[in-house]
Design a protein around this ligand. Structure first.
Ligand SMILES: [Zn+2]
Length: 194
């Protein structure tokens, strides 16, 4: 019979209830010490959510938005890029990659407020899905994605409306979203041509 006692031994040690309890207590204590959001909630009391690395306010949109969000993103970017390359920590690096993608989406949305023709997309689709989305937009809403008069921002919003609908969202709401994207393009064109 093979003797696995050394391996089993260490395995059992990590499952020892007292050890687990100490470990959990340490995690909770660490969390309790983590800096809290500095924002004042609507109730007038301090927001109790944990802050974020490189940011005093928490990540919630009410407490971190606009320029402060942009500055936080810029401070976090190099740190996230380093984490995303850390192959030895796959979960951490995948979380970092998602955070970087979110930063890129925010940057694009902000840039589109100034100029909706700036190239970019906040939605990554496989070629098959891309084709399906284009076809659905054309047949269901009469919108041609290849129409060159659409701005990049409109194209992005049209695709999101369609993707949400294909994922089960209310088609009527999708119609509203499509109309809003087209209407905002129209408004922008009127402003720039005036
Ligand atoms: Zn907060």
């Amino acid at each position: 019979m093979h003797n696995h006692s050394s391996h089993l031994g260490s395995d059992f040690a990590s499952r020892d209830p007292a050890h687990l309890a100490r470990w959990q207590a340490a995690v909770l204590a660490g969390r309790a010490r983590a800096p809290r959001c500095t924002a004042i909630a609507k109730s007038g009391e301090r927001c109790q959510l944990p802050g974020m690395k490189f940011s005093d306010p928490c990540r919630c949109h009410r407490h971190l938005h606009g320029l402060a969000r942009d500055l936080t993103d810029e401070r976090r970017r190099p740190w996230l890029e380093a984490l995303s390359r850390r192959a030895s920590r796959p979960v951490m690096s995948s979380t970092a990659r998602k955070a970087l993608a979110a930063i890129e989406r925010r940057r694009l949305h902000r840039a589109w407020l100034r100029d909706p023709t700036i190239p970019g997309s906040t939605l990554l689709l496989a070629p098959d899905d891309e084709a399906r989305v284009a076809e659905t937009l054309l047949h269901r809403f009469g919108v041609d994605l290849n129409n060159e008069t659409h701005t990049e921002r409109a194209r992005d919003r049209l695709k999101w409306a369609c993707v949400r609908m294909l994922g089960g969202a209310d088609p009527i709401k999708a119609g509203y979203r499509v109309n809003a994207a087209l209407r905002d393009d129209e408004r922008w064109r009127k402003r720039t041509c005036a």
